[in-house]
Design a protein around this ligand. Structure first.
Ligand code: T46
Length: 123
């Protein structure tokens, strides 16, 4: 089931430093980021995974993630670099409502494999 975790930040007069350490339920094998989504009506994702666990962090701007694990549908607003959304393989998801300045950082438990994607929605 998707869940939000709060990342630890160190803030002082110089700014903020947010740490991801010993908090993810997987070892990171892949990192990618989504940015430059100019149109707020764009929807990305639209799949779940067979094996991959992912951690999504909006390090700038904001976006919305709709999830469905087959039992429950939830919507998350990612609008802080301290919020980290964990998506388990069964969490079918769509990312939407990107602000133009959004940079969505994704940490993944597996190397890229197109066969790991399941595009059918839950009934
Ligand atoms: C996910 C959400 C959160 C690669 O070549 N390597 C990669 O590691 C990735 C992630 C993508 N690609 C290629 C495959 C496509 O030709 O980049 C292109 C765009 O990928 P996609 O349409 O899958 O992007 P999104 O935003 O729909 O989904 C991505 C991830 O693919 C997916 O795992 O859960 O972000």
């Amino acid at each position: 089931m998707a869940r939000l975790i709060k990342l630890k930040s160190n803030s002082d007069v110089r700014g903020n430093l947010t740490v991801i350490e010993k908090i993810l339920p997987f070892d990171i094998k892949r990192i990618f980021y989504i940015y430059g989504v100019e149109n707020p009506s764009i929807k990305r994702g639209g799949h779940r995974h067979k094996n991959t666990i992912q951690a999504l962090i909006s390090v700038a701007g904001s976006c919305v993630v709709d999830t469905d694990d087959g039992r429950e549908k939830k919507t998350y607003l990612l609008d802080s670099p301290e919020q980290c959304l964990i998506l388990e393989p069964e969490d079918w998801h769509i990312m939407k409502a990107f602000t133009k300045d959004c940079v969505l950082l994704v940490l993944a438990s597996e190397y890229y494999n197109p066969e790991d994607y399941v595009r059918e929605e839950y009934k």
